[in-house]
Design a protein around this ligand. Structure first.
Ligand code: NDP
Length: 306
């Protein structure tokens, strides 16, 4: 078995299964899950993310509503729009693409989204639910990482996990999810000392620092599972290339399993956004979502220990 974790293929299969569930919801219950995406400003990377999210939502049979606001939009206008979408029965999930321009208080905006429609899982109520192991919306990127890890490794209990990065959107929720899987988790950040030695202890290493190629092969315990969350744009030979936080060349010689960039965590993040939108819709109508949705999508590839 190759040590490559193919997030692109896994995500495509998950999206297909989500599409089947959406189609059932539309036919049987006459409900079309609706995703509203708000983009403020013209950041080129954010525009690409928003376009991909909206396209993939439509491909899965969902209704997609896009709102593009000027960079200079006052916070009150954005909050008014969110309030309107909170009340809109055709909208089941709301996403505000981050980052936001400086005149807008990100925390205030996140708190304005109704927790039931917070498909990014950033609202404090959803953050609290993850921290306490309750049922809530789980942030898409760490959720996608966890799915890839569970699929590849099977049982995670007892494994030593190191999460590089402590952001609210990746590092901290990732650490909580791994803790709930009974891993022994260390969260590292820019003040952590002797990062390389710490990483070498990890059976599971998740890198989310935003530093191109920072994690080298000799930071990795032989056979470890390495999840590279980083998306860094670098200029090489006159063109822009996407690279992760892990030096893939050296790391893939040592790792037992490793995600590439692109084609690893990124596609899973969008698939999990669709999954969260489906789940948010079902919860709003008290319709159960099949527990085995992910295994239905992936069941012919049985989990194998690294
Ligand atoms: P943030 O900038 O919010 O957080 C980065 C974290 O890395 C911080 O905790 C910071 O420490 C830590 N860090 C930075 N430099 C170092 C260093 N030299 N050594 C150790 N720790 C360091 O980033 P995000 O969490 O939002 O994103 C991380 C990466 O993941 C980015 O490349 C981003 O583009 C990518 N990303 C990818 C997604 C996907 O779908 N694949 C989704 C979201 C993000 P400190 O707290 O001390 O400052």
């Amino acid at each position: 078995m190759s040590n490559l974790i193919d997030g692109k293929t896994q995500a495509a299969r998950l999206r297909e299964e989500i599409g089947r569930q959406v189609s059932r919801l539309r036919q049987r219950d006459l409900i079309t899950p609706g995703l509203a995406v708000i983009l403020v400003g013209e950041d080129p990377a954010s525009q690409v993310y928003v376009r991909n999210k909206a396209t993939q939502a439509r491909e899965a049979g969902m209704a997609s509503f896009e709102y593009r606001l000027a960079d200079s939009v006052p916070q009150s206008k954005l909050l008014d729009l969110i309030e309107r979408l909170n009340r809109d029965p055709e909208v089941h999930g709301i996403l505000v693409q981050l980052p936001l321009p400086p005149q807008i208080d990100e925390a205030r905006v996140i708190q304005a989204i109704h927790p039931d429609k917070d498909i990014d899982g950033f609202h404090p109520i959803n953050v609290g639910n993850i921290a306490t192991g309750g049922h809530g919306m789980v942030p898409c990127t760490p959720l996608g990482c966890l799915m890839l890890l569970k699929h590849r490794l099977g049982e995670l209990s007892g494994k030593r996990a190191v999460v590089l990065g402590r952001s609210n959107i990746v590092g901290k929720p990732m650490a909580s999810l791994l803790l709930h899987e009974h891993c022994t988790v260390t969260v590292a950040h820019s003040r952590t000392q002797d990062l390389a030695a710490l990483c070498r202890e990890a059976d599971i290493l998740v890198a989310a620092v935003g530093r191109p190629g920072m994690v080298k092969g000799d930071w990795i315990k032989p056979g470890a599972a390495v999840i590279d969350v980083g998306i860094n744009r670098i200029e090489a030979d006159g063109c822009t290339r996407l690279v992760g936080d892990v030096d893939f060349g050296s790391a893939s010689e040592v790792a037992g399993a490793i995600t590439p960039v692109p084609g690893g965590v990124g596609p899973m993040t969008i698939a999990c956004l669709l999954l969260n939108t489906l789940q948010a819709t079902c919860r709003q109508y008290d319709i159960p979502v099949p527990d085995d949705l992910v295994s239905r999508a992936w069941d012919d590839a049985a989990a194998e220990p690294v």
